[in-house]
Ligand binder design. Structure first.
Ligand code: GLA
Length: 381
């Protein structure tokens, strides 16, 4: 092994270039690991991966342009690292090896257009781009669904977030100008055409990412599982919150502590909202769709308790603007972005006023990006 530096990657001639997008989620938050419904899609911002083989049996040289950092991996000794970004890459390699993939040495340059910690899943983009790239480079013949699942497993094992399947699925399976209604129980999905013009999708990044995120995320998952265990005592057929109705939940309310009750109530209601939102979208009723987004936020804020002051501020601020039909926090929570459906004529002025208000209040910059529903991970040299 040699010491990696920029020089090694000079005049890099890739054999393969993969682009892996971030994702948004219109509605259906924290439902995926409860076997529920989600409505995400990929966006037109990606992480790119340039790959080449390097004729060694087990040395992989990776350069992250965004971090200006190098990572060397010995395929015979893949272990978690102290650096979080490295764990996404190492985790995927590890999962592929667990599945007996015949990997050999390779070089890779990674470059990202995705803000980190913004709730648009730069992590899944990184995992899936790596998994799909290596699958092609070494002709591993793993089906897409397996690559999605192993990317999620990489996050569980090497990063420590017990995430659901939404992000990886959306990053890989999305289609331009469509949203993806995913049933996280069966992994059946429907690609629904979406044309919301003259409205736009505006993401407002709080630029905060509270360190609670991972521990509280895993805690929510445990709280939901606890709820299921209690409900199962009376309703033995129940396997996850997906199978629970509000009436069933009420029937065991006495046996649940208030926190568990609130978590379960949120998830059950959110699942119903996703299905309703899909109907409204198909009927072209964007106002009603937007109202459901607001209700989703309220649930995340008050019942699921994964929002934060910055996100609540942005959602509340949007309520006073008639050009915005819906707004909510997006992703795991405790920071990251809000997603806003806003009339195109108002994007510029609104971005300016909300940024000023945010800065006055939190002494912090807000970052705005307009995104479009786009295709999942793709190859383009
Ligand atoms: C993160 C996780 C997803 C999902 C969302 C919340 O993005 O990776 O699996 O649970 O949070 O909806």
């Amino acid at each position: 092994m040699h010491t990696l530096n920029q020089h090694y990657f000079k005049d890099f001639k890739p054999l393969l270039t993969v682009h892996s997008p971030g994702r948004i989620n219109f509605i259906g938050e924290h439902t995926d690991y409860n076997n529920g419904f989600v409505l995400p899609t990929a966006i037109d911002r990606t992480i790119s991966f340039k790959f080449r083989k390097n004729d060694t049996s087990s040395t992989c040289n990776i350069y992250s342009k965004s971090y200006n950092a190098f990572l060397q991996v010995d395929l015979t000794h893949v272990r978690p690292s102290e650096n979080e970004w490295e764990n996404y890459v190492l985790g995927v390699i590890h999962e592929l090896l667990l599945r007996d993939a015949s990997l050999e040495g390779f070089d890779c340059i990674i470059e990202s257009e995705l803000p980190i910690g913004a709730g648009i899943s730069s992590s899944a983009a990184l995992e899936c781009g790596m998994a799909i790239g290596l699958n092609i480079l070494f002709n591993l013949k793993q089906p897409l669904e397996e690559l999605i699942l192993l990317s999620r497993d990489a996050e569980h094992r090497f990063v420590g977030t017990n995430c659901g399947i939404m992000d990886q699925f959306a990053v890989v399976m999305s289609k331009k100008n469509h949203v993806l209604l995913l049933d996280c129980k069966s992994l059946d999905y429907e690609l629904i055409p979406v044309d919301i013009s003259p409205y736009k999708i505006l993401l407002l990044n709080t630029n905060v990412s509270h360190n609670l995120a991972t521990s509280e995320y895993n805690k929510r998952r445990e709280e939901c599982e606890l709820g299921v265990q209690v409900i199962q005592q009376k309703h033995t057929e129940v396997q996850s919150l997906r199978d629970v109705t509000l009436a069933m939940l009420e029937s065991v309310k006495e046996e649940l502590n208030i926190t568990t009750y609130k978590r379960c109530r949120y998830v059950i209601s959110e699942n119903a909202r996703v299905l309703k939102a899909v109907q409204e979208l198909k009927n072209g009723n964007l106002e009603a769709f937007g109202d459901l987004m607001y209700l989703s936020h309220e649930g995340l804020q008050n019942l699921y308790n994964v929002s934060c002051d910055e996100l609540d501020f942005l959602v509340d601020y949007s309520r006073e603007h008639e050009h915005i039909v819906g707004s909510r926090m997006m992703g795991g929570g405790f920071g990251g972005c809000t997603i806003n459906i806003i009339h195109e004529s108002a994007v510029e002025a609104y971005t300016k006023t909300v940024s000023e208000a945010y800065k006055n209040h939190f002494k912090r910059e807000l970052t705005a990006i307009v995104v479009n529903p786009s295709q999942g991970t793709f190859i383009k040299n």
